[in-house]
Design a protein around this ligand. Structure first.
Ligand code: HEC
Length: 182
């Protein structure tokens, strides 16, 4: 009797999970998958978890930045990263298995309207499930995702008015000094 009830309950929960009319809730997804490291306010923990208050908005304005962000959420990130002079050499897990395309889109659409990320909202179109699916098909390693960030930084720094070291991306260190011979 009891066992039968549990089976029925579990199968109805599974059914509920499969019904697409439940819109993905970006704020809830952030609390579930990201806030433990990047914190509720997106400020991270300096030296351990980078802040994502600002970078997500800015990166969302560029095709290359969007591809990096989606790839980081799906495949994770590994390698050296410098933010405002603080070096991170950690590893972020990927969430490709945990989140559907609609959920990743909802999460990034919520994030790009939060905190200082919202300053870039006018230039950052919404993420769509199709955009997520296209990046998902790339099947990248976390190290390859980091290479994408380096490409975006070079674009931003080259475009910026502040000259080397400032450019258009004050959140990140310039590419100079990162790679061999640069
Ligand atoms: C277990 C801890 C952890 C979790 C959970 C986590 N991250 Fe990260 N995240 C990191 C670390 C560590 C780095 C830096 C990686 C490195 O040093 O290579 C990072 C880097 C990033 C960056 C790059 C920041 C920049 O300035 O370029 C973004 C964006 C990001 N995370 C977003 C997210 C999002 C969105 C989620 C939730 C889906 C998430 N992270 C979940 C640990 C985490």
């Amino acid at each position: 009797m009891k066992r039968g009830f549990v089976v029925v309950l579990l199968s109805s929960l599974t059914l509920l999970g499969a019904v697409p009319t439940f819109a993905a809730d970006g704020a809830a997804l952030y609390r579930t998958y990201c806030a433990s490291c990047h914190q509720e306010d997106g400020q991270g923990i300096p030296g351990t978890y980078p802040f994502i208050d600002g970078p997500i908005g800015r990166l969302s304005t560029l095709p290359e930045g969007r591809e990096f962000l989606v790839a980081a959420v799906l495949f994770g990130l590994k390698g050296e990263l410098v933010q405002r002079g603080v070096t991170y050499d950690g590893e972020m897990p990927g969430f490709a298995a945990a989140m559907r395309d609609e959920e990743v889109a909802a999460l990034l659409n919520w994030l790009k309207t939060q905190w200082k990320n919202a300053n870039f909202a006018a230039e950052a179109p919404d993420y769509t499930p199709e955009e997520i699916a296209r990046v998902r098909a790339l099947l990248l390693k976390p190290e390859q995702v980091m290479e994408k960030l380096q490409v975006v930084e070079e674009i931003l720094h080259a475009k910026g008015p502040g000259g080397p070291g400032q450019g258009n991306c004050p959140d990140h260190a310039p590419p100079a000094g990162r790679g061999p011979g640069r």
